[in-house]
Design a protein around this ligand. Structure first.
Ligand code: NAP
Length: 543
């Protein structure tokens, strides 16, 4: 097996791959079980997504008081958030604090990518190899590799010849990048592009925004977090966390109990107005049928289009910025600060690359079918090989040397998003078939990791060596993931949720859209019934 060093492996109970929110919490929970643990992380420090996404304007669009760990009462009481929505530097400071506070850093090998993981059936152990030529042998392998971590630079002709600098939002350099006086292109108008455009526009001499598909975006109305509001939330923190966990997205939105047509037109508009004024993705929960009824969805979409029309002064630019090709919310809703307003600036131009596609990058810029653009820098905000991409970059082999990549050729198959038949003792955090990317991912991560740690704790207590998802249970779960998706409008969008942004990727709805609350209940039931749908095998000496 070429990927593995011939030196004798380091032996641990569990290896964790990735040191973002998921990896850090996995280390914390597994160490608490008394297991020996180690972790590999590609970055030079902790943070995962929040380590790499240092692009100007990077900010979370779940409110800071909610987008944080709940596992330690002291941590959540003592950490002070400064804004309604935390910026990337603040979240990274928080994760650095978590790593130090819980003494996790020394368990992690930084600057090291895992290249292969193979299950040795006779030894009942995973062998994990890295690009540093190390290998480790572990009973359990935890994939905390992230759902939006495999950055995707489109293969653009001519990029190697470009004399300026280019960046991907999800692989931003650590040093400050200053675009002052430059001619800059941003390619892509998803959440990352929409956040970076207003900030870069304030620096650049001229900013060209290359848009293929317009997106729906709701203003964040970010603001400093008043200490009294923070204190009031903290006084009820445990109750707020419990309530969030019992919602479909793990976020304390106002979930309406009414359909859009249960109320007259004026009342519907007033509700959209109120939600727009409050800001954030709460908007799409204005009525309870926005994700399931095309007519109700149309009303919400029309409202956002009318706002774009009223913000953007040039009617042609406004029209080009209005999304019409997908129901609102079926591509991840964006949350912005001054995005549409930015197109009123003299130094910003919108280029519709659906109408005039990019032909090639040139040494001096970029050429579309219609025009040449002289550029000093290009920012790719072109997204990720989402949910499965980071796993696909590791050669993962289960029983019999079978490759995960081959098993997932027609689309990923998991049981609960957490485990895969044929891959014993391997757990995925925020995997395909889990609600992760449709939720407050920190809440999902705490649930996934908590469930996995409880499962391993159960195995340790009962002398169980191996757990493996049953193929029937896996088939049923895959069917359930598809059934709940088909009840919604989500499959109508060519989104990364559907794998549609990656040429050749199978078109299947990747996350579980049945709601975090329902998912938690199912996972709890599975555990309570002695891990229904899993096969458990006793340790040889305990058998
Ligand atoms: P994304 O949503 O996949 O957006 C990528 C953009 O690049 C799309 O507009 C896409 O156009 C465009 N694109 C891709 N290839 C292109 C090409 N060859 N030529 C022209 N345009 C091209 O990626 P993202 O913005 O990085 O966001 C990914 C996810 O990360 C989000 O949906 C969200 O879940 C998360 N995120 C969250 C935050 C936050 O919380 N604030 C911030 C950033 C990211 P098409 O639509 O036509 O494919």
């Amino acid at each position: 097996m070429g990927a593995f060093s011939s030196r004798s492996d380091r032996q641990v109970d569990a290896v964790v791959i990735g040191a973002g929110f998921a990896g850090l919490y996995s280390l914390y929970r597994l160490r608490a079980l008394g297991l020996s643990v180690c972790c590999y992380e590609g970055g030079s420090s902790v943070g995962g997504t929040w380590y790499w996404n240092r692009y100007p304007g990077a900010r979370c669009d779940v409110e800071s008081m909610q987008y944080s760990f709940s596992f330690s009462e002291e941590l959540q009481q003592e950490w002070h958030w400064t804004e309604r929505y935390a910026s990337q530097p603040e979240i990274l400071r928080y994760l650095d604090h978590v790593a130090d506070r819980f003494d996790l850093r020394r368990l992690i090998t930084f600057g090291t990518h895992v290249t292969a993981a193979a299950y040795d059936e006779a030894a009942e152990r995973w062998r994990v190899a890295t690009d540093a030529g190390e290998s480790v042998s572990a009973r359990f392998c935890i994939m905390a590799t992230g759902a939006l971590s495999a950055a995707r630079k489109p293969d653009m002709a001519g990029l190697d010849s470009f004399k300026g600098r280019w960046f991907h939002t999800g692989r931003w350099p650590k040093e400050e990048v200053d675009f002052t006086g430059q001619r800059v292109a941003v390619i892509g108008t998803g959440s990352s592009g929409i956040q970076t455009v207003p900030v870069v526009a304030r620096q650049a001499a001229h900013l060209y925004v290359f848009q293929r598909t317009p997106n729906f975006s709701i203003p964040a109305w970010n603001e400093p977090l008043p200490p009294e509001r923070q204190a009031a939330f903290k006084a009820e923190y445990a109750a707020h966390r419990a309530r969030a966990r019992d919602t479909r997205s793990g976020i304390l939105y106002e979930y309406s109990q009414r359909g859009a047509f249960d109320v007259p037109h004026e009342e519907r508009q007033a509700e959209f107005e109120r939600r727009w004024a409050r800001g954030g993705a709460n908007f799409t929960h204005a009525f309870n049928d926005i994700f399931t009824s095309a007519e109700s969805n149309h009303e919400a979409a029309e409202y956002v289009r009318s706002r774009i029309r009223s913000i953007v002064r040039d009617p042609a630019t406004a029209a080009a910025l209005m999304p019409t090709d997908h129901p609102i919310g079926t591509k991840r809703i964006c949350v912005d600060t001054d995005y549409f307003e930015t197109f009123n600036r003299d130094n910003v131009s919108l280029v519709d690359v659906r109408r005039t596609p990019i032909e090639t990058v040139t040494p001096d810029g970029l050429r579309t079918t219609e025009a040449e653009f002289a550029l000093d820098s290009i920012i790719f905000a072109t997204g990720y090989d989402a949910v499965t991409g980071a796993l696909a970059r590791i050669d993962i082999r289960g029983r019999g040397g079978d490759a995960l990549k081959e098993k997932w050729e027609a689309g990923p198959r998991t049981y609960l998003g957490l485990a895969v038949a044929g891959f014993p003792n391997l757990f995925i955090v925020t995997g395909p078939g889990s609600p992760s990317v449709l939720t407050n991912v920190v809440v999902a991560i705490e649930q996934h990791v908590g469930w996995v740690a409880d499962c391993i704790g159960f195995m340790e207590k009962r002398g169980i060596a191996v757990i493996e998802a049953d193929e029937d249970a896996e088939n049923d779960w895959v069917a359930e993931v598809n059934t709940v998706a088909d009840r919604t409008l989500f499959p109508r969008a060519a989104s990364w949720y559907m794998g549609a942004n990656i040429p050749g990727k199978p078109r299947v709805f990747l996350p579980y859209v049945g709601g975090l609350h329902n998912y938690v209940r199912i996972c709890d039931e599975v555990a309570a019934e002695g891990y229904r749908g899993f096969r458990l095998r006793q340790r040889a000496h305990a058998a």
